[in-house]
Design a protein around this ligand. Structure first.
Ligand code: ADP
Ligand code: MG
Length: 252
C-alpha cells in the first residue's frame, strides 16, 4: 500500500503546490510516486507540464457519473506521473451534494491503484468536499506555513477538520507536521514567528518539521519552465531544503 501525503492549508499563495511538486518530484527519483492535483487552479498540473484538455482528469475519476478508473487518468510526463486537475472540479460541491458516498470517491479510486509507493496530493485553498475526499484518502497531512504575522490564521480550523475526519472517517489520518516554507530568516519577526509556530504545533500534538524551506528565485523559474527544481537547479537552497524535507517526512 502506498503512503498518501496531502499538502493542505486553506490559505492561497503559501507554498502548497511548490511543496507538493517538489516532494513528489524528489520521491519519484527513488520510488514509484504519483502526484494528484486536487486544486481546480491546476498549478501543479502546469508545473508538471501535464494536459488538462482532451485527457482524463481528476474530474472524470471523482465526479463524473460514469467514474473512470484512476489508472486511465494517469499522465506519464518527463517530470513524473500525475493525475491532472480540471477547472470543472469547482462543480464538485454541487455534483456530489446529497451523495452519501460523495466523501469517499478519492479513497475508492486510490484503492484501485497498484505499485505506487508514494502518493502526494496538492489541494485548493478551501475546506470543501474535495479536501474531505483527500483527507479521507490520506495517511499524513503536511501543512506548509510562512513565517508572517498571519501564519497560524486558519490553522486551528484546518486542525479541527482533520481531527473530525480522523474521528469519523479515517482513523489512520495524522498530521505529519507544519512545514515552514519560503523562509528568508532575515527579520526578527520571522525568527520570533518561527518559535510561536513551533509552540502552536506542539499544542496541536504535532511538530514543526526540523527542515525549513528557504526562498530562492530558481523556484519560480523552474515552475515557469515547467521543470522540477531538482532537475532545473538541484543545488539551490530551496531544492536542498526540499531534499532534506523529503528525507525527514519519509523517515518520520
Ligand atoms: N521556496 C520558495 N522560493 C521562492 N518562491 C517560492 C517558494 N515557494 C513558493 N514560492 C512561490 O510562491 C508562490 C506561491 O506558491 P504556491 O506553491 O503556488 O502556493 P499555493 O499552492 O499555496 O497557492 C508561487 O509563485 C511560488 O513560485
Ligand atoms: Mg496551489
Amino acid at each position: 500500500m502506498a503512503t498518501v501525503f496531502v499538502v493542505a492549508n486553506q490559505k492561497g499563495g503559501i507554498g502548497k503546490s511548490t511543496t507538493a511538486t517538489n516532494l513528489a518530484g524528489i520521491l519519484s527519483k527513488e520510488a514509484k510516486t504519483l502526484l494528484i492535483d486536487a486544486d481546480p487552479q491546476g498549478n501543479s498540473t502546469s508545473t508538471y507540464d501535464a494536459k488538462i484538455e482532451d485527457v482524463a482528469t481528476l474530474y472524470d475519476v471523482m465526479i463524473d457519473s460514469d467514474k473512470l478508473p484512476i489508472t486511465e487518468a494517469i499522465q506519464h510526463t518527463p517530470n513524473g506521473d500525475i493525475v491532472a486537475s480540471d477547472p470543472l472540479l469547482v462543480k464538485a460541491e454541487k455534483m456530489l451534494d446529497g451523495d452519501v458516498e460523495g466523501f469517499y470517491r478519492l479513497k475508492d479510486a486510490l484503492e484501485e491503484l497498484d505499485g505506487y509507493e508514494y502518493i502526494v496530493i496538492d489541494t485548493a485553498p478551501s475546506l470543501n468536499i474535495i479536501l474531505y475526499n483527500c483527507l479521507i484518502a490520506a495517511d499524513k497531512v503536511i501543512i506548509p506555513v510562512t513565517a508572517d504575522a498571519y501564519a497560524m490564521q486558519g490553522i486551528r480550523q484546518l486542525y479541527d477538520t482533520i481531527m473530525a475526519v480522523k474521528r469519523r472517517q479515517n482513523k489512520n489520518l495524522s498530521i505529519a507536521g507544519l512545514l515552514l516554507v519560503r523562509y528568508a530568516g532575515r527579520s526578527n519577526l520571522e525568527r520570533d514567528t518561527r518559535e510561536s509556530i513551533e509552540t502552536s504545533a506542539n499544542e496541536m500534538g504535532t511538530c514543526l518539521f526540523k527542515t525549513v524551506i528557504r526562498e530562492c528565485v530558481k523556484t519560480k523559474e523552474a515552475q515557469e519552465q515547467k521543470k522540477l527544481l531538482i532537475d532545473y537547479a538541484p543545488k539551490c537552497n530551496t531544492c536542498l531544503d526540499y531534499l532534506d524535507f523529503a528525507r525527514e517526512v519519509v523517515n518520520q
